[in-house]
Design a protein around this ligand. Structure first.
Ligand code: HEC
Length: 263
């Protein structure tokens, strides 16, 4: 869970000589990109027109670019909101899985946590002008178990297209990512790895053990939790830990946990 906020209203100097100095109108697109432009002027409550606060106008639904996603697949979310007083709006997004800001706090990219069975997840966004009570909106997303087709296309995507494995695993690492899904599956599931008995004795006997992520070298290396006897995290020379992007780990982990089917 990640709390996204653009913070409390900020004080900016208002030139008292400017007519209408206290009145700042935020004009915004009420559509997908209806969030706050970080460059917009903000004003402190002390110079705002006297009178009652108006609560933000928040769109009735959170926009989502898909209603069904496999575990680890990215869903884009956006909630349009405006505030006629020009108050800076704070957005908070919550629910299972991982949110990350998509340019503005009103828009997020999200993926679920690991799931071994289909489920529905409820996500919540709340918006406040920091003067009135937060206004909340919710949505549900149908989460499915990733198919091997999804795993294969992620692992076998060329580096130039954002893939992280085939650049080396066409040519090095003792393990070639096959050109077809069926061959790739049979070279992973219940297949021996090349890290030897030390790695097997450390509890990781195969590249993939169906329904057992912890004994699956593929998962352990992507997650950077491989025993020392099993070599490096993957992609090799990744500067971060875990070595692979979290959404890929969620995808592979969910697929293995659900039985590592060839689907
Ligand atoms: C920079 C090159 C490089 C990249 C990129 C890379 N690998 Fe590797 N990989 C290696 C090397 C070298 C080894 C052998 C040494 C080791 O296991 O640490 C290896 C070993 C492996 C093994 C163990 C194979 C076996 O049979 O023992 C797996 C599984 C693996 N990599 C998966 C991946 C995955 C999945 C990705 C993409 C997320 C990836 N690698 C990206 C270089 C790379």
């Amino acid at each position: 869970m990640l709390f996204a906020s653009c913070g409390a209203p900020q004080l900016e100097p208002v030139d008292a000589g400017t007519p209408d100095a206290g009145r700042v109108t935020l004009t915004r697109d009420a559509g997908v990109d209806a969030g706050i432009d970080a460059g917009q002027p903000t004003i402190d409550a002390g110079v705002r027109d006297a009178g009652p606060n108006h609560e933000p106008q928040v769109n009735p639904v959170i926009l989502q670019n898909r209603t069904t996603a496999y575990a680890g697949q990215i869903v884009e979310l956006a909630l349009g909101a405006t505030d006629e007083d020009g108050d800076r709006l704070t957005f908070a997004w919550s629910g299972p899985g991982t949110f990350f800001e998509n340019g503005t706090p009103s828009a997020q990219r999200w993926f679920s946590d690991e799931r071994a069975a289909p489920t529905q997840l409820l996500l919540t966004a709340s918006v406040t002008d920091n003067r009135s009570a937060p206004i909340t909106r919710q949505l549900t997303i149908n989460i499915t178990v990733p198919r091997f087709t999804d795993v294969f296309s992620t692992l076998s995507t060329p580096v130039l297209q954002g893939g992280q494995c085939v650049g080396c695993h066409g040519s090095m690492g003792d393990y070639q990512i096959a050109g077809t899904r069926n061959v790739a599956w049979s070279q992973l599931v219940a297949a021996d790895h090349h890290r030897g008995t030390a790695c097997i004795n450390a509890g990781v006997p195969k590249l993939v053990v169906a329904s057992d992520r912890q004994r699956s070298l593929l998962y352990r290396k992507m997650n950077s939790t491989q025993p020392a006897a099993c070599g490096d995290g993957m992609p090799a020379m990744s500067q971060v830990s875990p070595a692979s992007p979290l959404q890929h780990i969620v995808m592979v982990g969910s697929w293995i946990a659900a039985g590592a089917l060839n689907d």
